[in-house]
Design a binder for this molecule. Sequence first.
Ligand SMILES: Cc1cc2nc3c(=O)[nH]c(=O)nc-3n(C[C@H](O)[C@H](O)[C@H](O)COP(=O)(O)OP(=O)(O)OC[C@H]3O[C@@H](n4cnc5c(N)ncnc54)[C@H](O)[C@@H]3O)c2cc1C
Length: 302
Amino acid sequence: MTTLLADKYYNATLTELFEVEKGLWIFRVKPDKGMSDYKPGQYTTLGLGIWEPCVEGNGPEVLKPGQEKQLLRRAYSVSHPMVNAKTGNLYTNAELDFYEFYVALVLHSAPVTTPPRLTPRLFALKAGSRLAYGPKMTGHYNLDGLKPESDVVFFATGTGEAPHNAMVWQLLSEGHKGKIVSSVCTRHRADQAYRAVHEKLEKRYPNYHVIYMATREEDEPKLYCQDLIRQNLLEKKAGIQLDPSNTHVYLCGNPSMIGRPEEKEGVKIYPKPEGIIEILEKKGFSMSLPTKPGNIHFEAYW
Ligand SMILES: Cc1cc2nc3c(=O)[nH]c(=O)nc-3n(C[C@H](O)[C@H](O)[C@H](O)COP(=O)(O)OP(=O)(O)OC[C@H]3O[C@@H](n4cnc5c(N)ncnc54)[C@H](O)[C@@H]3O)c2cc1C
């Protein structure tokens, strides 16, 4: 029965995977129908049947009747390898015949009823495994509306840098004139899977700067994305001033870094501790919403 269900749902192959460290993967997926157009920054879904095995360490799941045939789907931003190791240059679109993903394993130890989770099943796959992809790319988190001379600042936590990698690739490939800064905050330096390639690009493109921070390494100060703005470190480390008339800011990953406010009777209530949206709105920036474009773009992963 599960073979029939897999044949029905699975429409892509995991072709390559790189274990950055335990529970953190970069992997590549080839859809059976080939590549389609998408805007860097967008996401798609990946899915696996609930019948697939989980990695060790995942707590027991209690399935409701009928759930044993379910397909689990979750959203994943499309990442980008940026530099083609064979040529040493930025990938061209024609050279890419896979979509790259950057995913962290989320385990749970206590028994859960709903929803049974995808990543414990994803991390049990191997190169050559089949899975469900898409069917399409979607999302407003992209570079639409930017001028060639706009400054662009990306803030990410962990795998939240995935869509930024694709956007950095697009900006550099198009010869973007404004400054570009990519900042990434992780717990450990070992979690910074794309750091070497970004540092290579930083040397090659004078308008590109990267800032990596690890919060749990004894030999570096504990800095969060918010601190880069509060302590004026963007200017010190990357020579960029956050000017709302010319800067677009992109925030992706942990919702507390982003700090999206709730709106009650026309009043904005910002979450605590302070997230980047609150800091930037005080400086004259405004959130970009599907109904109202602004210069703070954000994608919360949960
Ligand atoms: C638009 C969008 C794009 C996304 N892109 C990515 C991506 O590129 N890479 C990626 O790793 N994840 C990404 N996610 C998160 C992803 O969709 C799943 O939520 C995540 O992989 C966990 O799935 P799960 O089924 O194992 O657990 P779920 O049942 O979905 O999550 C259970 C709980 O785990 C927590 N959680 C979820 N994700 C994380 C995380 N990364 N770290 C710590 N806790 C977490 C949340 O509290 C969540 O409620 C994205 C989410 C959205 C909405």
